[in-house]
Design a protein around this ligand. Structure first.
Ligand code: NAD
Length: 273
């Protein structure tokens, strides 16, 4: 396929562009994932809390695509940090899979302090073959240190909120310096960044759409990215980003848009269980 792979610190290769399914309803999930697979996406990012793992599994099964050609990520919810094996087995049952490609601790959970225990369980689940790669999401520098110090196992990825108006450069450098790849969630800022004048101007100049310009920025920064849409034409548009390039100046112009503009919860305080 035209989608490049990124090599993780465990040697496995993940397709750099995937399809995210946060807030995709029970009615929409099978058609949306089926459309994405038809278009050529081979990487799906879901989570137990999204409540749509069964639909993801159904679309995968109906597609007939060989399992080894797909990359499936799911995530451990906040109330299961002390119960990760059972939680993953439940997710696998819903997905209809023997193993996921990537299992993530979804949030560190402020005040709960079970993220090290959860990470120790993920290390075991990888050894047991239920999760081929393991990583974290929404981890700060301190959380990364906690799990690495406890186990000497470095997460393959840190999946964090990143988009042109939230570039979190310090945490990204800290992660990548340790061999942890960045996965950008809400890569379009849940659509807020699509209207940024720098982005719309660049899109006009390049003859592309604002979404394509932003996704291209993520790819050229080396981030793994999985935009969400349930609109077939946008699912196609978001995949069609491998026949143009942003220049070094374009990239710097987008880098300069940081405004610490979070559209999701702050990991330092988020404690929903
Ligand atoms: P996103 O930045 O991908 O934005 C999605 C929204 O942008 C869509 O609902 C649609 O309104 C709009 N959009 C998409 N493509 C478009 C296009 N081509 N033109 C115009 N508008 C378009 O936001 P997201 O869904 O929050 O993030 C993507 C994925 O990241 C999620 O589906 C999920 O897999 C993951 N995620 C993870 C976490 C986490 O805590 N780990 C949190 C949020 C999201």
């Amino acid at each position: 396929s035209q989608v490049p792979n990124v090599t993780l610190n465990d040697g496995r290769e993940i397709p750099q562009l995937g399809f995210g399914v946060y807030q995709v309803s029970t009615d929409d999930i099978v058609p949306a994932v089926s459309k994405a697979l038809e278009v050529g996406y081979r990487h799906i990012d879901t989570a137990a809390i999204y409540g749509n793992e069964e639909g993801v599994g159904q679309a995968i099964a109906e597609s007939g695509i060989p399992r080894e050609d797909l990359w499936i990520t799911t995530k451990l919810w906040n109330n299961r940090h002390d119960d990760a094996r059972a939680a993953l087995e439940e997710s696998l049952g819903k997905l209809g899979l023997d193993a996921v490609d990537l299992y993530l601790i979804h949030w560190p959970v402020a005040g709960q302090n079970l993220h090290v225990q959860a990470w120790e369980s993920l290390v075991e689940l990888q050894k047991a073959g239920l999760a081929r790669s393991i990583g974290v999401s929404n981890f700060t520098e301190d959380h990364l240190n906690d799990v690495i110090d406890a186990t000497d196992v470095i997460p393959a990825v840190n999946q964090i909120e990143v988009h042109p108006t939230l570039t979190v450069e310090h945490l990204i450098k800290y992660s990548t310096d340790r061999g942890i790849k960045i996965e950008s969630w809400s890569p379009l800022g849940q659509s807020a960044d699509l209207e940024n004048p720098t982005i719309t101007e660049l899109a006009k100049t390049l003859g592309r759409t604002p979404a394509q310009v932003i996704l291209r920025w993520h790819v050229q920064k080396g981030y793994i990215v999985f935009p969400k849409s349930t609109t077939p034409s946008r699912i196609e548009e978001n995949f069609d980003i491998f026949d143009f390039e942003l220049s070094a100046d374009d990239l710097s112009a987008i880098d300069a848009l940081n405004a610490d503009n979070r559209v999701g919860p702050d990991p330092a305080t988020f404690d929903l269980r």
